[in-house]
Design a protein around this ligand. Structure first.
Ligand code: PMV
Length: 326
């Protein structure tokens, strides 16, 4: 038996950074993301003699395999199944470059949750699959849903904390332009970066305090489809998150010089009357949000910023789902 699922990455407009509970992977702040179309993770899951994981055709062991197996264990347990979980071979492919800074762990764990639910016939439903994927990678909980999605902050007891849809992909015809500023992998992953920020940054408390109000403004602007109201809180969310990380010990500098140049270019475009705003994740690439009508102008201008290697465009897309049944 084999089951195949597909999922897309998502980009947070209101960022999550920091956990309330490390073991249960519970976010300390609420986040709001948009699931992206165009970039897809396809994951095939098949019963096998032993657990295995292949990413883009390359067999992986160690931490990546442990994380995939741990999610299958959680799903099996959550479904109340007794006995040993069937071993499974995970074969996952991304049709977008991992180095583009688009969280591949989000689409990977979302696709795996849907494939496992089908293979084990657990019929857990969206909410529970989202909560299970969230425990492996918080952003993955959001990729279970399409369009605009929120993930609340939890308390230390929040075992079941799913993401929830805010508005469907058709709600707002926006574009996200990724300015790729390096082909390299990031130096410090989000999990380690968050731990260091939480434990050592003197600004962390301020971030946790400020994030809910920023999130609320993003949410309101999304619901009202008010781009001008979206600009301030989206940029503040990213910059406050990064300021908090910069202040860790040792400081986390996810940016490179081009990151700063793109930020300046986006603000210049805005001063010239174009609608655009930026967000940045745990890496040096800049993601620019813009209404569809200005996408071509934004792409053109950003491509000309020295250091920008290329741009990738995406639009709001659907949640994780089963692809084909064999
Ligand atoms: O859930 P993770 O470990 O992929 O962390 C995501 C962290 C950010 O991408 C920086 C912010 C976010 O909310 O997606």
């Amino acid at each position: 038996m084999k089951r195949v699922a597909v999922a897309h990455p998502n980009i947070a407009l209101a960022k999550y950074w920091g956990k309330r509970d490390q073991g249960r992977n519970v976010p300390a702040v609420p986040s709001l993301s948009v699931t992206l179309d165009g970039m897809t993770t396809t994951t095939a899951l098949e019963e096998a003699e032993a657990d295995s994981l292949a990413i883009n055709g390359v067999l992986r062991t160690g931490r990546p395999l442990e994380r995939a197996a741990a999610m299958l264990d959680t799903l099996w347990r959550e479904a109340g199944r007794l006995g040993q979980r069937p071993r499974a071979a995970v074969d996952s492919h991304n049709d977008f470059p991992t180095a583009a800074g688009l969280a591949s762990s989000a689409s990977a764990f979302a696709a795996l949750a849907v494939a496992a639910d089908a293979l084990f016939a657990t019929q857990l439903g969206r909410d529970r699959l989202s909560a299970i994927a969230r425990r492996s990678s918080a952003s993955a909980g959001r990729s279970l849903f399409g369009g605009f999605v929120e993930l609340p902050a939890g308390d230390a007891f929040a075992v079941d904390l799913p993401a929830a849809p805010v508005a469907p992909a058709s709600h707002w015809d926006l574009r996200l332009v990724v300015a790729v500023t390096t082909e390299g992998e990031k130096e410090v992953g989000s999990t380690d970066g968050m731990v260091r920020t939480t434990e050592t940054s003197p600004l962390y408390e301020g971030w946790v305090k400020a994030a809910p109000a920023i999130f609320a403004r993003v949410r309101e602007a999304v619901l009202a489809r008010d781009f001008d109201a979206l600009v301030g809180p989206v940029e503040q969310s990213a910059l406050t998150m990064h300021a908090t990380a910069f202040a860790a010990d040792p400081g986390l500098v996810y940016w490179n010089g081009t990151t700063v140049e793109v930020i300046r270019a986006v603000r210049k475009l805005r001063a010239e009357g174009l609608r655009a705003c930026f967000t940045i994740d745990a890496g040096p690439h800049v993601k620019i949000l813009t209404p569809t009508a200005s996408e071509a102008s934004v792409r053109e201008a950003i491509s000309r910023v020295p250091g920008v290697l290329r741009t990738i465009s995406a639009r709001p897309g659907e949640g994780a789902r089963l692809a084909v049944e064999e």
